[in-house]
Ligand binder design. Structure first.
Ligand SMILES: [Zn+2]
Length: 158
């Protein structure tokens, strides 16, 4: 229990993408009924069980909160795109935007599109690495990596 609690408190479960993160707006409610602050999306230090009246300042903050979080999410993917060397990232995002679910908010659609462009490029980069290493595809390389770890573990503990 304490180990799980420590892991929950560490925030290792959090995802920088606001729309994917299990915190749903700042705090994770665990199976043990405990709240854990999200390292990316918790606004201020107000605990979710604190039900005192919100000040006008806090109301103003929460109105722009979602937009700000969406912007942070987009920046996160923009950085990832630069690391992967994706050319014309924003144009690709706009193309992908039109394929996203129209029922979602504009911000969420942009972030989803950005996530897809990054995921696709990451997948392609992995395929290139796999071919360079002599595998037929990335999946084969993953299977081989896992088999290697299994062999190492068997050697250590067998
Ligand atoms: Zn979060």
């Amino acid at each position: 229990m304490t180990d799980i609690y420590r892991q929950l408190e560490s925030g290792a479960w959090a995802d920088p993408d606001y729309f994917v993160c299990p915190c749903r707006g700042g705090w994770l409610l665990s199976n043990f009924d405990s709240f854990h602050r999200c390292p990316f999306h918790a606004e201020g230090d107000r605990h979710p069980e604190d039900d005192s009246e919100y000040t006008e300042e806090e109301m103003k903050l929460s109105a722009t909160y979602r937009v700000r979080m969406a912007r942070e999410t987009f920046k996160h993917y923009d950085r990832a795109a630069r690391e992967l060397g994706i050319e014309g990232f924003k144009v690709k995002v706009i193309d992908a935007f039109f394929a996203t679910d129209e029922g979602l908010s504009r911000e969420e659609r942009f972030c989803k599109a950005a996530a897809e462009v990054v995921a696709k490029a990451a997948y392609e980069a992995r395929e290139v690495t796999a071919r360079r290493k002599g595998y037929s595809c990335g999946f084969e390389m993953t299977m081989d990596d896992e088999a290697m770890w299994e062999r190492k573990e068997r050697h250590l503990y067998g």
